[in-house]
Ligand binder design. Sequence first.
Ligand SMILES: Cc1cc2nc3c(=O)[nH]c(=O)nc-3n(C[C@H](O)[C@H](O)[C@H](O)COP(=O)(O)OP(=O)(O)OC[C@H]3O[C@@H](n4cnc5c(N)ncnc54)[C@H](O)[C@@H]3O)c2cc1C
Length: 506
Amino acid sequence: MYQHKFKVAALPAWAAIATCLVPCVSGFCARADTRQANYTELAEQLSSSALIYLPGSDTFEDAVARWSNLSVPVANVVVSPGSEEDVVTTVKFANKYQVPFLATNGFHGSITTLGKMSSGIEIYLNQLNSVEISEDGQTAKIGGGIRSKNLTDALWAASKQTVTGTCECVSYLGPGLGGGHGWLQGHHGLVSDQFLSFNVVLADGSLVTVDESSDLFWGLKGAGHNFGIVTSVTSKIYDLTKPNYAVNTIFFSGDKVKEVYQLANELWITNGTMPEDLNNWSYWFYDPTIDADKPVIAMYIIQEGVDVVDSVHTQPFLDLGPIMSQPQSGTYLDLGKWTGISLADGPCQKTGNANPRFPIYLKQYNPEAQAQVYELFRQATTNDSTPFSGALFMFEGYSQQGLKAPGDEASAFAYRSENLLVAPLLTYAPTGQAVEQAAYQLGNQIRDILYQGSGESSLSTYVNYAYGDETPKAWYGSESWRQDRLSALKKKYDPTAKFSFYAPIA
Ligand SMILES: Cc1cc2nc3c(=O)[nH]c(=O)nc-3n(C[C@H](O)[C@H](O)[C@H](O)COP(=O)(O)OP(=O)(O)OC[C@H]3O[C@@H](n4cnc5c(N)ncnc54)[C@H](O)[C@@H]3O)c2cc1C
């Protein structure tokens, strides 16, 4: 069982480097970096609260461990800046010695392009986690390294809220820079739609403020990983008016796959719209305590401002004859626990597994395609020797009003016209190339069936769930004006492609 080992290192950078020089003896010395970067020099320039972790220390191992162990970035040193200025210092230092660098935050980035970093500095933003609410209560200045739950809790204490990603341990900026889906997007749009201005360290090490008057503002909201390190952001926040929530989790046998998704289509897409106060997720997973033969379908129908989900939303599903249903009530703060993504749940642990996803956005479900991919998923999760018994198939149907309101061209996030985010997550123990290939083939086979069934002419993926070998068109939109606009911004703000480990713009 995973034990969360993170310890807050108490040493300032200059002391930490001195302490950590001991491991140099065993050959793990950061100063042995091939480019001869002198990290003592860096330590001397950083603020007293900055920390440097070197290989051989527990803190280093914790800071480089990731949620997914497939194609991971490799660092020689981790710097945890104590201030926004420390990020500037670190980037300038890296540039001086021509050392690659990468911002790290909640460690949940899993795109395989990250593996292209084979040495360098990870700039671990965990200490930049402040939340300052403005006097008028309309905005908050938020540190670039805050986690979703910490932000939600800080705002909640002031009877405020904003759109964050749903998972409690994922950072706020990681999702936000790629768009950012969350429970409140029906009201307010994406995480990135909340951003009013960024403090961002650019490729040359300059710290600039970017707001709507800058051309970069558009690009940071959807393709932001490509342009800089966000040290803080000012975001819209809202009064907490409806804290209470209810969920009904309705479990179906896989035999009902067509009926369940036909009904979801009719209620929320083809004959209706997902109401603003409602969100629907579903998961497929193999749980022999519920069904020994095949994966179960768990439909989460989640409603805001009520203690029981309105039967108008649940009764049509109950009429299909589920295995069981589980109504629960609580507050917004319970959503992570109900959907299995709270700090205590599996997705917040670093298990050593590889966790590739093969995402696709869809306008609606194609029940025939759903049945075909269910059969593939059943075979893959239930055969005796399978490495994929822990796989999870995710279907995310958020309410869309706030997402669609700004219009398609509002930001570099390209997929406001899509209604569903769908992704098989093929968790496996990374035992070698055979299983990696099997996951790759299965994931692509599943995605291809959904794509063919969608009738679309180009693949739409969520960059933050992407496997890594999709094209920039699939991550950022196939329209040539989008690609041209992003390329021009990249050329202007990051001409030497320093920010190119996470879904790089071509
Ligand atoms: C269990 C789980 C739940 C998820 N839930 C959601 C969800 O509800 N909504 C959603 O939209 N996405 C969700 N995601 C996807 C998520 O958006 C990505 O995995 C994202 O990359 C995670 O960011 P991170 O900071 O945790 O990871 P990291 O690996 O630390 O960061 C990923 C990348 O983001 C960039 N980055 C992070 N912070 C900064 C910064 N301050 N400045 C510049 N660059 C930065 C870096 O390029 C870094 O490589 C989820 C993922 C998982 C695994």
